[in-house]
Design a protein around this ligand. Structure first.
Ligand code: GLC
Length: 760
């Protein structure tokens, strides 16, 4: 079982053995830690590819090892407040994931331990706060432990037999230090030292993992803990770890606090200074207060009170929290993604930016400026790039990447009510003169216009948003009907911006009309819109095909782009309901494929109902919600939204079927053509977070930034009354009450600024 706590913005979990690890991310923007409800996880400095700190063994059994453990030796009993990895479990236990921290409360044999982990903003360190209290006088030994690894995870897999003998871990004034310096490592000058320190006297330590754990043992039962004696090992070559032995005398009823610091700094001198700072009295409480304040300020930008408490929990707390983590980590490292290769994806990050805009336009613009550096003078963009690692980008040209940038710029202009950002000068990836942001997005449009296929739709190039479609366009002729709709959506945006800039918009409008014409003729299949055209000229997503007859995205985007004729929009979305909706969300395609179009060269190797092949693809569900709102069909829009709330689908499917966290969105849920129907996959890092947030706040609740001001046009269930919303917009906090769905909107109170403008 788990419980949400609105006041503390926490979720508490009362069993350690959840069906998959339920993660949290702790971060100060430089030092990051992913940590599970059982204390497993991985820490990294800036990049999990090249500056990973500890060993997390992805997909190995036992699952979720290793992590940030504290062994308690109390007479013969050895246990951990994280519950894992010891066999012996606490008598009472619970974990709490909060905004940027995770806490474990455990007790055994009259000893209560609270262990809180956080990454604060004052030091690049995982702070580990232990509170110990016993109901009788006793002496215990505490062993904090981290298994280190090579900082470059890929190199570790390939070359550890040589490189591991170039590692060192040693003791400097009772601070343990790990130095990663191997042949040919990237960015050696930016590579930090890692340290482990505490604010109490140590009775022993270990830096050699095998010395601490012992042969044929694991983190479940380290020999040094069993024998109650660390070996004071250092390590110059081998498998490193950090472990301390701390002797603690407790008087009955007395509480003792111990703090552990796992941090990074560039030199030994900086380590000494950093540890000194960490050891200061109140450093932990000061860090915790700042963390809380920063998150309160962030989340305060949009708060609501709704009759649907599950939706309220997501909109106020967990959805923006997840969105912020996606904004930082892109699709890099999670329980599912190993953090070895994917850097910053232009497509994914551009979409993450959309939801950051209402919270922090500065952060959104900084990230978008970085994406613009990946745009070429002809308007297309690199697909992935590695700004931290400095590796060569992945240069495949996809038909959608550069168009998302237009959408970001439009959202920024509407949020700010200013055109200033358009004049920012930024370089192109392939040189030439810098262009303004306005110039950059004009080139996005020009590129797509120049790359239309035989039938007149945008060429698919290496695929559109849907990665699996790469096979329909290997000869470069395949066309994307969906990209045409994305193109139409951003042409509308360009036209609006052009008018605001006092420039001619007719060219954008004309291109829009041309594409619209094609959408309603060539792309219309009779009951829905087709998906794409293969190199050979076959339509994918058609009644005439045996499989994958209907695809979700071209139905929802026919509405979002406004390109479908009104009756066709409705019919297309009715087909979505008829063929794609399930009790656990909307499938992306129907029917799922097997050996289609041929056994020798199938469109996908995904099993039926999995991933790209007929699962409930949550990211794409968000667009169906938006489309239903745009059609004004509030009951359907709400049904699609509510059924995918993670705690709702988790409880409908059952914890052990759904498996993933009930507090963040997953990328997809296995569909009905799989016997694992209802299993959530790839949670945390997914475009679902950003788009679901927009769907909920800007479409269902209908609080949308427009050039003229804040538009309030809710599309909510008939029986919802007295919805309260607070929204910070252009430096002013709006307190909004929606009395009922007749859309009577009351702006109750404006703080800090007199002028405002609302469209109802
Ligand atoms: C994954 C990718 C994303 C892609 C989507 C659909 O979520 O991260 O880039 O758009 O799959 O294929």
């Amino acid at each position: 079982m788990y419980h949400f706590h609105k006041d503390r913005k926490e979720v508490t979990i009362d069993h350690y053995n959840t069906p998959t690890p339920w993660m949290n991310y702790l971060s100060n923007g430089t030092f990051h830690t992913m940590i599970s409800q059982a204390g497993g996880g991985v820490a990294f400095y800036r990049s999990p590819q090249i500056w990973r700190i500890n060993h997390y063994r992805f997909f190995h059994l036992p699952t979720d090892r290793s992590g940030f453990y504290t062994y308690i030796k109390d007479n013969q009993d050895i246990w951990c407040p994280t519950s894992e990895p010891c066999k012996l479990k606490p008598d009472q236990w619970k974990a709490a994931h909060g905004m940027g921290y995770t806490r474990y409360e455990a007790s055994k044999n009259g000893l209560e331990v609270t262990a809180t982990y956080m990454v604060g903003k004052y030091e690049n360190a995982l702070l580990w706060d232990l509170k110990l209290k016993s109901d009788e006088d006793k002496q215990i030994t505490v062993f904090p432990y981290v298994e280190l690894g090579m900082m470059e995870f890929m190199r570790e897999l390939q070359w550890q037999c040589y490189n591991k003998h170039q590692l060192s871990a040693y003791n400097l004034e009772d601070i343990l230090i790990y130095r990663y310096g191997v042949e040919d490592q990237p960015k050696p000058k930016e590579t930090p030292l890692v340290y482990f320190a505490c604010d109490t006297e140590i009775s022993g330590f270990d830096c050699d993992r095998d010395e601490f754990i012992g042969s044929y043992r694991s983190e479940e039962n380290p020999i040094r803990v069993e024998e109650n004696a660390c070996s004071n090992s250092t390590l110059y070559g081998g498998d490193p770890c950090f472990a301390f032995q701390l002797t603690v005398d407790l008087k009955a009823g007395e509480e003792k606090e111990i703090h552990i610091f796992l941090g990074t700094a560039m030199t030994e001198e900086e380590i000494l200074a950093s540890v000194k700072n960490c050891r200061q009295k109140n450093f932990i409480s000061k860090s915790m207060e700042a963390l809380k304040q920063d998150w309160d300020e962030f989340l305060e930008k949009f708060q609501c009170e709704l009759p649907d408490k599950e939706a309220e929990t997501m909109i106020n707390i967990w959805n923006p929290y997840q969105m912020e983590r996606n904004f930082q980590f892109s699709r890099n490292i999670s329980y599912y993604a190993t953090g070895t290769f994917r850097g910053v994806g232009v497509r994914d990050t551009a979409q993450d930016i959309l939801a950051m805009i209402p919270f922090d336009t500065k952060r959104a613009k900084d990230k978008l400026n970085l994406l613009f550096t990946q745009q070429y003078q002809d308007g297309h963009c690199n697909h992935y790039f590695f700004p931290t690692e400095g590796w060569e980008p992945v240069k495949r040209i996809h038909s959608d990447n550069h168009l998302w940038l237009v959408m970001d710029v439009y959202h920024i202009v509407m949020e700010e009510g200013k055109l200033d950002y358009l004049f920012t000068e930024l370089p192109y990836y392939d040189g030439g003169e810098n262009g303004t942001v306005w110039g950059h997005i004009k080139r996005s449009i020009a590129f797509t216009k120049k790359h239309l296929g035989e039938k007149g739709f945008p060429l698919m190039l290496s695929s559109d948003w849907n990665d699996m479609l790469y096979k329909v366009c290997r000869e470069g002729k395949g066309e994307s009907i969906w990209t045409s709709m994305q193109f139409g959506t951003v042409l509308n945006m360009m036209s609006q911006i052009a008018e605001l800039m006092g420039e001619e918009a007719s060219e954008y409008n004309r291109t829009y009309e041309e594409q619209k014409q094609l959408i309603n003729t060539v792309a219309w299949d009779g009951q829905w819109f087709r998906r794409c055209i293969t190199d050979e000229g076959t339509f994918i997503g058609s009644e005439a095909e045996e499989q994958a007859k209907i695809w979700l995205n071209t139905q929802s985007w026919a509405v979002i782009s406004g390109m479908g004729d009104p009756a066709k929009q409705v019919q297309a979305m009715d087909s979505v309901r008829k063929y794609l909706n399930t009790e656990f969300g909307i499938k992306k395609i129907h029917p799922a494929m097997k050996d289609y179009p041929s056994k020798e060269d199938p469109l996908t190797y995904y099993n039926k109902g999995c991933g790209e092949n007929g699962s409930v693809f949550c990211h794409a569900n968000t667009w169906a919600i938006i489309a239903e709102c745009m059609l004004g069909r509030s009951d359907l829009a709400y049904e699609y939204y509510h059924q995918l709330l993670p705690m709702v689908v988790q409880s409908r499917a059952g914890e052990y079927r759904y498996k993933a966290e009930p507090y963040v969105y997953a990328s997809n849920i296995f569909g009905p053509e799989s016997d694992k129907f209802g299993l959530a996959n790839v949670s945390w890092l997914t475009g679902t977070a950003a788009w679901m947030y927009l769907a909920a706040t800007q479409y269902l609740l209908g609080v949308k930034p427009r050039w003229e001001g804040l538009e309030i046009a809710p599309c909510i269930p008939k029986d919802w009354e007295n919805i309260r919303i607070e929204r910070v917009f252009r430096g002013c906090k709006y307190h909004i009450t929606i009395k009922n769905r007749d859309k009577k909107v009351f702006i109750e109170h404006i703080e800090g600024r007199k002028e405002f403008s609302v469209e109802v």
